[in-house]
Write a protein that binds this ligand. Structure first.
Ligand code: C2O
Ligand code: CU
Length: 455
């Protein structure tokens, strides 16, 4: 496979700063603020970003399973914001969705987040107000919840994979967040790929060492096809939730925006790379310099200890709610409803709205589903558009139902390809008002947002 780099190898920014603690407050601060970061390689200047504690990704938050997470968000941005803790089956009041679970936090204001992380695994946090702009500017970070019984690895690596759109000469962040083409097509695709905010970072490992790679796609809209070179191993978790049995990695696999994949891999090559596979070859996301060691393989790891997930009993009998994904370029959507007003698609386009869920643009006054607490239900995502969408439920994971009725892995974000229909089953066991939206953030901004209620 041809292996090229996006640009010449350059020097890398220093490691992320540790979280700051203020003496006057009992909660550790999480400060959303502008910062500068060396993203583009070589002689390119630093890029002005927005980040938690001024870095992208923000500080790594890491706790033991069942532990409490407390952070005081301080908004030092020129825009209102809020933090969503993606994939955590959280207390609804802490879910970080303006207008649904809390008021947006205005510039100069704060908000105390205080919740328990019930499930072990790889999660992330990100801004949930004007997300297409705020996440693109860098407001995201990783959140790791450790199993009580951790697998034996030599390196445990949280890897936030991002896609930035920078201006050629200046390496300034492109400010066209609401550009009509991105909103109505594939979303904002960038021109610089980074891992943990660095272009093509490198880590020295030894042959035969075992690595846990915790991949999180924090990009607005790019679906990565992840490939490995010189690394062999297994997928052990998706969206935080363990796979049992573990699945050998035999080729590239896709990672949609917001999805996570945990891999346990052995260093088997004389050089090793994490790759983004594209039609014209493989691009290096991160390299592993291999020094010493021996090429002996270890046996497959045991599955990670399971999280306490609800039982999905008899999914075929569960009530079915159909959600049609509509709109975007070339879909032929004639009209849709914004608020309570039905409008021709061309008028919606003038408002920057291109997508609808069941004919509704943005969040309707009434929920898509009104579920009784503990109810098992099904959602059929029917993709009537020319694009793929990454459908995400807040506060709950779900399982896709296969053609033969078998249940797939627990996920919180599902890639639904164009023209595809997928049924998922879930147990609505977490009370509150929860968003259900496309995690291609331009699609969400341009209408692909809904919500459900569990009471
Ligand atoms: Cu990761 Cu509604 O978001
Ligand atoms: Cu979408």
């Amino acid at each position: 496979m041809p292996l090229t780099r996006r640009a010449l190898l350059g020097s890398f920014a220093a490691a992320a700063l540790p979280p700051r603690f203020a003496l006057a407050t009992p909660l550790p601060l999480l400060q959303a603020r502008p910062g500068r970061q060396k993203l583009a390689p070589g002689d390119f200047p630093e890029t002005e970003i927005w980040g938690y504690d001024g870095t992208a990704p923000g500080p790594l938050i890491r706790v033991a399973q069942g532990e409490r997470i407390q952070r005081r968000l301080v908004n030092d941005l020129p825009q209102a914001t809020a933090v969503h803790w993606h994939g955590i089956r959280i207390d609804n009041a802490m879910d970080g969705v303006p207008h649904l679970t809390q008021a947006a936090v205005e510039p100069g204001q704060g908000f105390d987040y205080d919740f328990v992380a019930p499930d072990a695994g790889t999660y992330w946090y990100h801004a949930h107000n004007r997300s297409n702009e705020q996440v693109a500017r860098g407001l995201h970070g990783m959140l790791i919840v450790d199993e009580s019984d951790r697998p034996d690895v030599d390196h445990d690596l949280p890897l936030a994979i991002d896609d930035w759109r920078l201006e050629g000469e200046t390496a300034a962040l492109s400010g066209d967040f609401d550009n009509m083409h991105d909103l109505s097509h594939e979303g904002r695709l960038g021109n610089l790929l980074t891992v943990n905010g660095q272009f093509d970072p490198s880590l020295t490992v030894a042959r035969g060492e075992r690595l846990r790679l915790r991949l999180a796609n924090v990009a607005n809209s790019r679906v990565f096809e992840i490939g490995l070179n010189g690394l062999e191993g297994w997928l052990v978790a998706l969206d935080g939730m363990p796979l049992d049995p573990v699945v050998p990695v035999t080729g590239a696999f896709s990672l949609a925006p917001a999805q996570r994949a945990d891999l346990i891999v052995d260093v088997t090559g004389e050089a090793a790379d994490l790759l983004s596979i594209e039609p014209d070859g493989g691009y290096g996301l991160m390299r592993f310099a291999v020094a010493g060691g021996s090429a002996t393989r270890r046996p497959a790891p045991a599955p990670l200890p399971p999280n306490a997930m609800p039982e999905i009993a008899n999914p075929a009998a569960a009530p079915l709610h159909t959600m049609r994904l509509m709109g975007g370029m070339m879909s032929g959507m004639a009209e849709a409803t914004l608020g309570t007003t039905t409008m021709p698609a061309r008028e919606l386009a003038q408002l920057g709205k291109f997508w609808a869920l069941n004919g509704q643009v943005d969040m309707a006054h009434e929920p898509f589903i009104d579920a009784a607490r503990g109810e098992t239900l099904r959602i059929a995502f029917v993709n009537d558009t020319m694009f793929a969408h990454g459908m995400h439920t807040h506060g709950h994971h779900f399982r896709a139902i296969g053609g033969d009725g078998t249940l797939g892995p627990w996920r919180d974000t599902l890639l639904v390809q164009r023209g595809e229909s997928v049924q998922v089953a879930m147990v609505a066991d977490n009370p509150g008002n929860w968003m259900l939206h496309c995690h291609m953030l331009e699609h969400a901004a341009a209408g692909m947002m809904s919500w459900f209620r569990v009471a």
